[in-house]
Design a protein around this ligand. Sequence first.
Ligand code: FMN
Length: 202
Amino acid sequence: MLACCRQGPSHEIERMRRATSDDTLNLLAISGSTRHGSTNSALLRAIAAHAPDGISLSLFTGIQSLPVFSPDNEGERTPASVQAFCDQVCSADGLIISSPEYVRAIPGGLKNAIDWLVSRDEIIRKPVALAHASHRGDDMLASLRLVLGTVTERFADEIFLRQALVSLSSEEVEALLCTDTAVRDIHDYLNRLREYIRQSSH
Ligand SMILES: Cc1cc2nc3c(=O)[nH]c(=O)nc-3n(C[C@H](O)[C@H](O)[C@H](O)COP(=O)(O)O)c2cc1C
């Protein structure tokens, strides 16, 4: 799965270590919202907090530090922040993206991050699933599904976790997602994603 990595020896050692001795599934979560009190980010943190054994989720927080994508700045001219982002994508066994809808579309920062990945190897076979922190936003979701179905062969469209959290504070989200039902939904979501990654890895 990690054959796409373009990095040096330390990443290769990490790849081998995980392949041989650590069965933990390492997922990278990306929030489309950079808002401090983001419900999408809070949803991703709750998914991480309640992940079942053997699944680890870390949140990428650098979307706002990525420059606007330009094909002129790929290859050797790739900015350091973009390279760091791509390294994290490369190292992850899969991605979970949770995003708000802005003006019936994908927020610019998230689309920009995806644009940086498009001509690179990291994303082509990367498993990706969506979560969403609103009962609204279906235009954005349709667009994001189209984009992700284009950039990766392993977009798990049917694996989706939706929670109606609009306008709640991070603390309220945390409390709401501590219930037995919510934790069971998170386990079910992540277990299905793990199974998808396993089955689609050949
Ligand atoms: C600039 C802007 C545009 C928005 N446009 C929409 C929209 O088109 N449809 C919608 O349902 N919500 C829209 N919203 C509301 C956000 O999607 C909603 O508040 C979401 O829950 C925010 O996610 P967050 O808590 O992760 O930041 C918009 C919010 C902002 C700030």
